[in-house]
Design a protein around this ligand. Structure first.
Ligand SMILES: Cc1cc2nc3c(=O)[nH]c(=O)nc-3n(C[C@H](O)[C@H](O)[C@H](O)COP(=O)(O)OP(=O)(O)OC[C@H]3O[C@@H](n4cnc5c(N)ncnc54)[C@H](O)[C@@H]3O)c2cc1C
Length: 578
């Protein structure tokens, strides 16, 4: 297993490219969060994660979490000391409001730090990630009393949070859930039902676990309209904040999984457990979406983080392994053209994806905090457009890049001892949870594309086209890139126009049939655009131009084939019976 080397300079460059500096310049609450301060924080956090969290990654995979006794779950021995140090370090608090003990930094800074913790140990990072999502739902919808009781300890990491949607019959179709919430008459509810696949649902890292549970109150309307959100702590909390009696809930078992063995995935049983309503009755999905939006971007980050680890692993091996005479004359396999192709594919997609994810996170900050309503409104639209792409493309790339790592290692890549397999096995789930990637594409065309009759998408394309002028103006080396982008954006406009027209004609089936390739057409165009925009900057990293050229000439052309698939209609998909 390779050591983790945090790519801080690359992360800081992505922040600059995403106009992160607008946050400190235009939002008074973030005046302290200038880029130099943030770069310093990331540097320190990166060192901490590489030294304290990364060494636990292999244990997580090999030892894994275990269900013992009457519903306890024990994590690998290295997890608890590392988690305690993480809580003590304060890194978990960075993006939360100071009122509840947070660091008061923009969410995008917390997001940049997620790359560091996820790269160090993806399974471990899921606990803090779900706590983060729960915290956001609390901040948006919980009563002041619930916030005061739970937030400070969730923000510090003293307690962890979970997210309980899934039931055996209710996966993607969350509206089919049947867990019940019956009023106890004292303002609390009795929660009864079974939830499956609950990440970090039970464990030994924190004294209390704060479950956010979706359930139905008596007589609630069917489907998602009748769902309410409840906070159901493992231990009830006394008025003075100390832990009270054990709540009536337990982890019945944990799953044997392909990857993320260090993250306990629990079957949770609620047996009349005491719960407290978060927000309004029947408005649970609204609150859950707050959690899910954060989590979707963070799951996209899992694709990036595992790509980064896999790439570092690939390069290390390619520079050690001697095999035959290479085309470049270099003594190891790094000189073979096909190995170069694999390493370049990883490098270029990692750079493009990081630019996209960080842009997405900065737009979310602008939406939440910018004083100008018009800026907030547009940032909301842009973040809405980008989030399904960040999630789906990010996680697909995570699978591709970790698979490439196995290939770079040859036969050794298929041997567990090398560690290449773990990155691939761990990241595989990311395309499935938080809304499968097919569902992200359906959201992209079904919810996001129709915003303002498609104008939101078309305005974004117009902005991309406008920026080609600046790219052309940057000088001769960029002329070829500007030409390629011009052509590609025209293609993007065409396929988007087809989708809008087909949708407007009522042929939803064809729109959905083309949604996955359509999302990827957008992803590749965005990736190419951001890399080239990066390459023309004076402060661009030395390799940015080369990565942009590789991406534009070798990866972007796939959009032509994808556009054909996106606009093929649905008939072929239904031409064969299964
Ligand atoms: C390791 C792990 C951790 C998890 N953690 C949590 C957690 O912490 N909390 C939680 O609540 N859940 C969690 N889940 C559950 C996870 O979110 C679901 O597995 C996921 O939402 C998919 O639901 P499903 O498994 O029922 O698949 P299904 O919904 O049955 O989907 C099966 C297939 O059908 C497709 N499909 C279904 N509906 C549609 C549609 N409308 N349009 C197009 N395609 C569709 C899907 O894309 C998929 O390919 C976790 C799951 C795993 C494996």
């Amino acid at each position: 297993m390779t050591d983790y080397r945090p790519p801080i300079d690359d992360i800081v460059f992505s922040l600059k490219l995403a106009d992160f500096e607008r946050l400190s310049a235009e939002i008074p609450d973030f005046a302290h969060a200038d880029i130099d301060t943030v770069a310093g924080l990331l540097e320190e956090a990166g060192t901490f994660m590489a030294e304290v969290i990364a060494p636990t990654n292999r244990d997580g995979d090999v030892i894994g979490a275990k269900h013992v006794g009457d519903g306890d779950v024990v994590t690998p021995p290295s997890f608890k000391p590392a988690y305690d140090k993480l809580v003590e370090s304060g890194w978990l608090t960075v993006p939360f409001p100071e009122q509840y003990g947070g660091g008061g930094f923009p969410g995008s800074v917390g997001f940049a730090m997620q790359e560091l913790v996820q790269s160090s140990n993806m399974a471990f990072s899921l606990g803090p990630l779900l706590t983060h999502g729960s915290t956001d739902a609390f901040l948006a919808y919980a009563s002041e009393e619930l916030k005061d009781t739970y937030l400070p300890k969730m923000i510090s990491g003293e307690w962890m949070g979970t997210m309980n949607l899934t039931e055996p019959q209710a996966g993607t179709d969350v509206g089919a859930l049947t867990t019940k919430a019956v009023p106890n008459g004292d303002g609390t509810y009795a929660i009864t039902g079974q939830k499956i696949f609950i990440t970090w649902g039970e464990h030994d890292l924190t004294d209390n676990i704060i479950h956010l549970v979706l359930a139905r109150t008596p007589g609630a309307p069917a489907g998602t309209k009748g769902i309410s959100l409840f906070v159901v702590p493992k231990f009830l909390v006394n008025a003075d904040g100390s832990l009270g009696e054990r709540n009536r809930l337990q982890a019945l078992s944990i799953e044997e999984k392909i990857g993320i063995h260090g993250s306990p995935t629990c079957v949770m049983s609620y047996e009349g457990a005491t719960g407290y309503l978060v927000g309004e009755e029947h408005k649970g999905m609204r609150a859950m979406f707050v959690m899910m939006n954060v989590a979707r971007l963070s799951v996209g980050m899992q694709g990036l983080s595992q790509s980064v680890r896999a790439h570092q692993h690939s390069v290390e091996y390619a520079k050690e392994r001697v095999q035959g005479v290479t085309a470049s004359g270099e003594p190891t396999i790094v000189g073979h053209p096909d190995v170069r192709r694999m390493l370049m594919t990883q490098r270029a997609t990692i750079a493009a994806l990081r630019h996209l994810l960080v842009l997405n996170a900065v737009q979310i900050d602008l939406y939440h905090h910018h004083p100008d309503e018009a800026v907030r409104a547009r940032a909301d639209e842009v973040a809405s457009l980008l989030t399904p792409i960040s999630k789906a493309w990010g996680t697909d790339l995570g699978i591709d890049n970790t698979s490439i790592n196995i290939q770079v290692h040859g036969g050794s890549g298929f041997i567990e001892e090398t560690g290449a397999g773990q990155f691939w096995r761990d990241v595989r789930i990311s395309a499935i949870y938080e809304g499968t990637n097919g569902v992200q594409a359906a959201d992209f065309v079904g919810r996001k594309m129709p915003l303002r009759g498609g104008q939101s998408f078309l305005e974004f394309i117009a902005e991309m086209k406008d920026s080609v002028r600046d790219i052309r103006g940057a000088g001769e080396p960029f002329a070829g890139l500007a030409d390629a982008l011009d052509k590609s954006f025209a293609g993007l406009e065409q396929v988007t126009g087809w989708m809008l027209q087909t949708g407007a004609s009522g042929d939803t089936k064809s729109v959905l049939a083309g949604s996955v390739p359509f999302l990827k057409v957008w992803a590749l165009n965005l990736g190419a655009w951001l890399l080239v925009k990066g390459a023309i900057r004076d402060d661009a990293p030395a390799d940015e131009f080369a990565l942009a050229q590789f991406f534009v000439s070798q990866l972007l052309p796939e959009t032509k084939a994808l556009a054909a698939a996106a606009t093929a209609g649905a008939d072929q998909l239904y031409a064969v019976s299964f």
